[in-house]
Design a protein around this ligand. Structure first.
Ligand code: SF4
Ligand SMILES: [Zn+2]
Length: 409
């Protein structure tokens, strides 16, 4: 795979650069400046040299695109999502929800994670820390959540929203709206979308939709399990993930938890290994089966022109795998998704670089033990506090959390 491949003619500004340029057109005294700031900050915070669990969890994740990014291939297309200041505002809303629940837990004395002192800049792992153990300053600690990585084994990193050690659980807080469900559970959204008899307008039954969420969405279960996987490999033996869902429409809340079940992520971990292998061996992964140039996710992919170069007549992925050096790669199906849920959509066909790695445990029978819990009521306290809830993933972190064993690869 060519590194830093550049298109022949200089492309127009794309992604954040374009979004940044677009914000100059906003005729406001202050809002335009804030939008520029938010875009710049998001650009700086997002690592492009690792695989994000959130992308792995998407049903239409393309490992080929991730491998392009990790290999430093220059984007050939604009990213429509990065151009959306509204999307960033939506992200910020999600961060604010994290902040709210993290503050409650902090004040309850139960929030575990990494804390950065804004006085001496040193970092400390602990539960609801009030005083910096390095410089003694009180009330100057910023919550950095629970940064997780599987490096150097796999270039994969992310950040769990928090940890509650007395429950041996990691936490994820999610704001749920129709936009979330359109992507993550379109069948549920369809079920609660009706045509009004009098006007013929399409209406979403928001109450019914919210009631219809009986367990964490699949993408969240995968993302959460990847966090548990990375935590456990770093010596934090959390055995469950708690999800707190907040309804964007009415701030209703629900809680779910799932036990750690590595089977759920066996396929996506294999795909992540494919990505790592492709980058290290300078190969190009095949397109996932069924991907079409003019449909999502290819339509919105920043590597679309690079990916489909020389195949102007082709609409669908070619049946044979493509490699960078002409070597044959073997495809195999993804069995565990069907194993987990017999009603799941047919498994995508993916490339296999090698036989299954020996460092993976055998697949256990999925127990499917997703347990909806009673809804939680209002939580006392102020939705303000120390943590900003920003999901920064730092490029390198020194020091380890208190349980800091080396990853047990
Ligand atoms: S264009 Fe489609 S197949 Fe190609 S890298 Fe992008 S998402 Fe993957
Ligand atoms: Zn300090």
């Amino acid at each position: 795979m060519p590194r830093k491949m550049r298109p022949q003619s200089r492309p127009k500004p794309s992604g954040f650069a374009k979004a940044l340029a677009d914000t100059s057109k906003v005729e406001t005294l202050l809002l335009g400046d804030m939008q520029k700031y938010v875009l710049k900050r998001a650009d700086e915070e997002r690592r492009d040299d690792i695989i994000h669990p959130s992308e792995m969890a998407k049903p239409d994740w393309c490992p080929r695109a991730t491998a392009f990014r990790l290999a430093g291939v220059e984007p050939t297309n604009e990213d429509p999502r990065n151009g959306s200041v509204r999307l960033l505002t939506i992200f910020q809303e999600g961060h604010d929800i994290h902040n709210k629940y993290q503050t409650y837990l902090y004040e309850m004395g139960r929030l575990y994670g990494l804390w950065r002192c804004i006085a001496c800049r040193k970092e400390t792992w602990g539960v609801s820390i009030t005083e910096c153990p390095h410089c003694g300053v009180k009330g100057a600690l910023q919550y950095r959540e629970i940064p997780l990585t599987d490096e150097p084994h796999l270039p994969m990193a992310g950040q769990a929203d928090g940890g509650v050690n007395d429950l041996n659980a990691l936490l994820e807080m999610k704001s749920i709206g129709t936009g979330t469900l359109r992507i993550e559970d379109p069948a549920l959204l369809r079920k609660h979308t009706h045509k009004a008899a009098d006007t013929g307008k399409t209406l979403v039954d928001l109450e019914g939709l919210w009631r219809g969420i009986k367990r964490p969405l699949r993408a969240h279960r995968i993302q959460g399990t990847i966090y548990l996987y990375m935590a456990r490999r770093s010596g934090m033996n959390y055995d469950k993930m708690i999800f707190i869902y907040e309804n964007k429409a009415n701030q209703g809340t629900k809680e779910f938890h799932i036990p750690y079940n590595e089977d759920l992520i066996a396929d996506v971990l294999d795909m992540a290994k494919d990505v790592d292998w492709a980058v290290k061996t300078n190969r190009t992964l095949p397109r996932p089966q069924g991907f079409t140039r003019d449909k999502r996710p290819c339509k919105d992919c920043v590597f679309q022109r690079r990916c489909w170069e020389g195949e102007e007549g082709e609409q669908d992925s070619p049946p044979q795998p493509e490699t960078g050096d002409g070597r044959v790669v073997v495809r195999r199906s993804r069995p565990s998704r069907a194993a987990e849920d017999p009603a799941a959509e047919p498994a995508r066909v993916r490339v296999s670089r090698t036989p299954r790695r020996s460092d993976q445990p055998g697949r256990r029978r999925p127990d499917g033990a997703v347990q909806p819990d009673p809804e939680v009521g209002g939580v006392p306290g102020r939705p303000t506090g120390n943590g900003r809830g920003r999901r920064t993933v730092r490029r390198r972190r020194t020091g380890a959390h208190p349980g800091g064993q080396e990853p047990n690869a």
